[in-house]
Design a protein. Structure first.
Length: 201
C-alpha cells in the first residue's frame, strides 16, 4: 500500500497538469480565435476594398454612360437640326426654281410683247414715212420739227434717199435753229449707217 501523501501529491500533479493542459488548450483557442478574427478582419477589409473598388468602377462607368448618353442626345439633336435645315433648303430650292421658272416665263412674254410692239412701231413708222414722202417738204417740215430726233431718223431711214433728202432740206429751210438740228440729224444718220455697215460685215 502506498502512503496517503504520495497519492495526494500525485493527484495534485495530475490536477496541475490538467490545469496546464487546459490553459494550453485555452491559449490555443484564444490564439486561433485571434487569428480567425484577424483573417476575418483582413477578409472584411479586402471585401470592403473590393466593394469600394467596384463602387468606384460602377460610379465611373455610370458617369461615362451619362456622358455618352448626353453626347448621343447632342448628336441626335444636331442630326435633327441638320435634317430640318436640309428640308428648309430643299423647300427654298423648290421655291427658287418655281420663281425662276415664273421669271423666265414673264421674261419670254415680255420679250414677245416687246417684239410685237417693235414690229407694230416699225409698221406705223413705215406708214408715216409713206405719208411724209407724199407730202410737200414745206408742209411736212413743221410737223417733223415737233417730233424728237430719234423718231425723225427712224422715219427718214425708212424712206427712199431722194425723198428723205428732200424732206430734210425742207426741214432745214424753216429757220437757222432747224438748220442746225437738221445737221445733227444728218450726222446721227451717217453714224447709224456706218455702225449698220460695220455690223453687217
Amino acid at each position: 500500500m502506498m502512503p496517503k501523501n504520495y497519492s495526494r501529491s500525485n493527484g495534485n500533479v495530475l490536477f496541475l497538469m490538467l490545469i496546464f493542459l487546459c490553459s494550453i488548450i485555452l491559449a490555443a483557442i484564444v490564439v486561433f480565435g485571434i487569428i480567425m478574427i484577424k483573417q476575418n478582419q483582413s477578409r472584411d477589409t479586402q471585401n470592403t476594398h473590393e466593394v469600394q473598388t467596384q463602387n468606384t468602377a460602377y460610379l465611373e462607368y455610370s458617369a461615362m454612360m451619362d456622358q455618352l448618353q448626353d453626347k448621343s442626345k447632342l448628336l441626335q439633336d444636331k442630326e435633327n437640326e441638320l435634317a430640318l435645315q436640309a428640308s428648309r433648303i430643299k423647300k427654298l430650292e423648290s421655291e427658287l426654281l418655281a420663281t425662276r421658272s415664273e421669271l423666265e416665263k414673264i421674261q419670254q412674254e415680255t420679250q414677245e410683247q416687246f417684239s410685237l410692239l417693235q414690229e407694230s412701231e416699225k409698221k406705223n413708222l413705215k406708214k408715216l414715212a409713206k405719208v411724209y414722202a407724199l407730202m410737200e417738204p414745206v408742209q411736212a417740215a413743221p410737223i417733223l420739227s415737233a417730233l424728237d430726233d430719234d423718231t425723225i431718223i427712224n422715219i427718214l431711214t425708212l424712206m427712199k434717199e431722194r425723198n428723205a433728202a428732200r424732206l430734210l432740206g425742207g426741214f432745214a429751210a424753216q429757220n437757222p435753229e432747224m438748220q442746225k438740228r437738221a445737221a445733227l440729224i444728218s450726222e446721227k444718220m451717217r453714224s447709224l449707217a456706218t455702225t449698220t455697215t460695220s455690223s453687217a460685215q
